[in-house]
Design a protein around this ligand. Structure first.
Ligand SMILES: [Zn+2]
Length: 158
């Protein structure tokens, strides 16, 4: 496994729409493993492929609840709760920037696993927030566009 470089928001790659994953091969597995290692090292909750320069529709998420890294390939949100949550948000591609966003409290999504098998799952709280944030990356959207109130970075340093 290897640590991959996380691109900064200034990189045009982060503003493009990603293409579907079509090959579920060793190269994909290596990418997923590298992204997991990169995520742990960066102490992030989620990482989308375009953040490491790959314009394909896949993300990984780890909400540190003991269930490990979740892999969402070609993911789609199929349901969002009417109930929302106002949450603090940041992004590994936007160091030092924080803000509040309004996200659904729960989402239901479908995705493929690393072998191409489709599955459905429900996410709530931080996991739901991460699914929304990471899937936006696949369409070239950064959380900064969703911020309703920016947070002074001084307040986040502890
Ligand atoms: Zn992000």
């Amino acid at each position: 496994m290897a640590i991959r470089k996380i691109l900064n928001k200034r990189d045009e790659t982060l503003h493009k729409v990603c293409k579907p994953v079509v090959k579920f091969d060793a190269k994909l597995h290596m990418l997923l493993d590298d992204m997991a290692e990169t995520l742990v090292k960066a102490e992030g909750v989620g990482l989308a492929a375009p953040q490491v320069g790959v314009l394909r529709r896949l993300v990984i998420i780890d909400v540190y609840d003991g269930s490990g890294v979740k892999e969402l390939i070609n993911p789609e949100i199929i349901w969002r709760s009417d109930e929302t949550q106002k949450v603090q948000e940041g992004c590994l591609s936007c160091p030092g920037e924080w803000g509040y966003t309004i996200r659904p409290k729960k989402v239901r999504f479908k995705a493929q696993d690393r072998n191409g098998n489709w599955y459905e799952s429900e996410a709530e709280d931080l996991f739901a927030q991460a699914v929304c944030h990471e899937l936006d990356h696949l369409d070239g959207i950064l959380f900064l566009e969703k911020v309703v109130e920016f947070i002074d970075p001084e307040q986040m340093q502890e």
